[in-house]
Design a protein around this ligand. Structure first.
Ligand code: SF4
Length: 310
């Protein structure tokens, strides 16, 4: 029976909430199907001292650990104490290093655990498991490999989508490493842009833009939508099987990106003379501007009129 330990570090608990809210199958059935023993702070009731004993068993290798899941950024204070986030007086950074060296696979759950995420807004030094934002390294270092010879599997998102976690756990329990992209996130889920599959694509194409929430138009030029820059499955696998931010008329704010959160305010597109500073990933500025000018002039009436009716 495979075993997994879920550790929470600098986390809001959002990834746990997402995980607990898994749809079909529900979490208890899913764990049964995988035959997975999962130790999780929100799922287990610990008798006094039992958690400390479990941790000691795992750290000193008297129990096997197939999967280590980490939620939240790690307060490392490189070379210093790491003492802002401790467990029974010991920095979690030290405990994680030890557990990771012994685990079959290590999974970073959520953007904070992957890249440091929200941790960069704080006064203390926070990092991800194997990345510090877009720079490889993080707590475990670029060369880290788990017992199975795998790098950390990054599942970014604020929070991670439960289907992504579910699918990755299935693969890992079958001893399969999913194909990873250049930030070590599964290609199947993070190989496409939020923009691909957005219901507003035709508006983007003709530059029919919104400047307020809830309209039908594209939100790239005025409302800070980062869909064309963000690799994530939000429009491939909808939340609660129903919706995504962009479907609902709220701009994507790029929560799976290694640099999340961005420096400038959400819902605002930094621009020069109405041209966004950041263009869709891989797009050449000169060609994009020429194309957008022509596309706006060619916008069909049905799009322009639909937008003006809202
Ligand atoms: S709203 Fe965002 S994701 Fe949707 S088409 Fe516009 S830029 Fe792309």
């Amino acid at each position: 029976m495979p075993t997994a330990l879920w550790m929470q570090c600098g986390a809001c608990g959002g990834d746990t909430m997402s995980f607990l809210g898994m749809g079909a199958p529900h979490l208890p059935d899913f764990l049964k199907e995988l035959n997975l023993t999962l130790w999780h702070p929100s799922l287990n009731r610990w008798e006094h001292g039992a958690y400390a004993q479990l941790l000691a068993d795992l750290r000193y290798r008297s129990r096997s650990l197939d999967i280590l899941l980490v939620e939240g950024f790690i307060l490392d204070q490189s070379g210093e104490s790491g003492g802002f986030d401790t467990l029974q007086g010991e920095p979690k950074a030290a405990i994680l290093r030890q557990l990771a060296s012994w685990a079959g696979a290590v999974i970073a759950v959520g953007t904070c655990a992957c890249f440091g995420g929200i941790g960069k807004l704080g006064a203390v030094q926070a990092t991800g498991l194997q990345y510090h934002h877009r720079r490889p390294g993080g707590l475990l270092g670029e060369q880290f490999r788990s017992q199975r010879g795998w790098p950390v599997i990054n599942l970014p998102g604020c929070p991670v989508h439960p289907t992504v976690l579910q699918d990755t756990l299935c693969a890992v329990c079958e001893n399969r490493l999913p194909a990873l992209n250049n930030h070590q996130a599964p290609e199947d889920w993070f190989g496409i842009l939020v923009h691909q599959g957005c219901t507003r694509n035709e508006y983007h194409e003709y530059r029919v833009e919104d400047s307020d929430f809830g309209g039908p138009g594209c939100m790239f030029f005025h409302m800070g939508c980062r869909g064309p820059l963000t690799y994530a499955p939000c429009n491939k696998v909808l939340w609660n099987g129903r919706n995504s931010k962009t479907n609902a008329g709220v701009p994507c704010f790029g929560c799976t990106h290694p640099d999340f959160p961005q420096e400038h305010p959400f819902f605002h597109t930094p621009n020069i003379v109405d041209v966004p500073l950041e263009l869709p990933d891989g797009v050449d500025r000169a060609h994009y501007l020429a194309y957008k000018g022509m596309a706006a002039a060619a916008a069909p009436d049905r799009l322009v009129k639909r937008k003006s009716r809202v």
